[in-house]
Design a protein around this ligand. Structure first.
Ligand code: 5AD
Ligand code: FES
Length: 345
């Protein structure tokens, strides 16, 4: 394995078989340490914070793994008003966030004409805006971009087309790829990512996910462990091994795309009490604390056991900074675009 890590450190490329070998290793510590060194060399010790606003739990899709799926009649649905969204963004800016992430299910109530004024209003706060609202037309993406959106997050979830179309009934893998290409062409910073531990997923398909991110290439990739939700068809699945496998995926992502932004995902913290800190020490350099009003947090239940659902925006901001500093890192002051670290060095 040592020679694979040396190769990756020098060339930042690995074959599918080599990635599979790293994913299968029973001694991942050398991989994690190498990813940590590469992270330090390419993006430094700063950690970018993004304030996450979960603005609607309505979703027209029916993904088999997701608690917000439309068939989940027990899901609690809420939708913030445009004023509440802008107010939450203002609160995030006051807490020092330089990026706000607007995330929701695929909720048709938010038309382009409703969203663009929200984006323009938030832009006045001098923050970068990341959108994470699913698949839209190219025209809609272009309109948000013209209104001031900077980045877009759209996980591919899995690059195994058959598995994707089985787990996301009614959705088309090709359309999802189309969205990612449109977003890139429109000048967004593009974040993608995958779920790790889906039933039917293989090391080969996970390796393909990483090669897909490298080839696009993405500016960011969020890798999250799959956590079964009891009110979904996958509710009986296990979480065994998902945490470590997700860490390995993240670490290899750092080797392949050394200067990319990689978040320590909230789902990691659900499976391990120190999940986000461990992720920050295995290649990650971004955290996305929740800034949504506490009363709505529980209702945005993608998976069970989500952390921080009883906390406020202020407490999460302070908590995360303290955690980051406890491992000898610091909160980066900038907006944190891809490559900023190299430019500012
Ligand atoms: N476990 C972990 N992550 C999930 N997501 C959706 N459902 C689950 C689950 N059960 C992730 C998807 C989506 C992101 C917003 O949340 O990857 O892209
Ligand atoms: Fe929310 Fe720690 S980040 S309480």
């Amino acid at each position: 394995m040592q020679h694979l890590l040396e190769k990756a450190q020098q060339t930042h490329s690995l074959t599918r078989d080599e990635i599979c070998a790293l994913l299968r290793t029973t001694d991942p510590q050398p991989l994690f340490q190498t990813a940590d060194q590469v992270r330090k060399k390419y993006v430094g010790n700063g950690v970018y914070l993004r304030g996450l606003i979960e603005f609607s739990s309505y979703c027209k899709n029916d993904c088999m793994y997701c608690g917000l799926r439309r068939s989940n009649r027990r899901a609690q649905r809420y939708r913030l008003t445009p004023e509440q969204i802008v107010d939450t963004a203002r609160q995030a800016a006051e807490l020092g966030y330089k990026t706000v992430v607007l995330q929701s299910g695929e909720d048709a109530w938010f038309s382009t004409d409703t969203l663009c004024p929200i984006i323009r209003e938030i832009k006045k706060l001098d923050v970068a805006i990341t959108l994470s609202m699913g698949e839209k037309t190219r025209e809609a993406y272009a309109a948000y971009r013209a209104a001031g959106a900077d980045r877009y997050l759209l996980r591919i979830e899995t690059t195994d087309k058959n598995l994707y179309e089985k787990l996301d009934p009614g959705m088309s893998f090709d359309n999802r790829v189309r969205c990612l290409h449109d977003l890139k062409e429109l000048g967004y910073e593009v974040g993608s990512g995958s779920l790790v531990g889906l039933p039917g997923q293989t090391p080969e398909s996970l390796a393909d996910d990483l090669l897909f991110f490298k080839n696009l290439p993405v500016d960011m990739a969020g890798i999250g462990p799959f956590i079964p939700h009891p009110h979904t068809p996958l509710g009986g699945e296990t979480t065994d091994g998902h945490f470590e496998l997700a860490l390995k995926m993240m670490a290899i992502m750092r080797l392949l795309l050394p200067d990319s932004n990689i978040p320590a995902t909230t789902a990691m913290e659900t499976l391990h009490p120190q999940g986000r800190l461990l992720a920050l020490q295995c290649g990650a350099n971004v955290v996305m604390p929740n800034v949504t009003a506490t009363i709505y947090r529980k209702q945005y239940e993608l998976y069970p056991g989500k952390v921080c659902t009883g906390d406020s925006a202020t407490s999460c901001r302070g908590c995360m900074q303290a955690k980051i500093e406890s491992i000898g890192r610091f909160v980066s002051p900038g907006k944190g675009f891809h490559g900023d670290y190299l430019k500012n060095r």
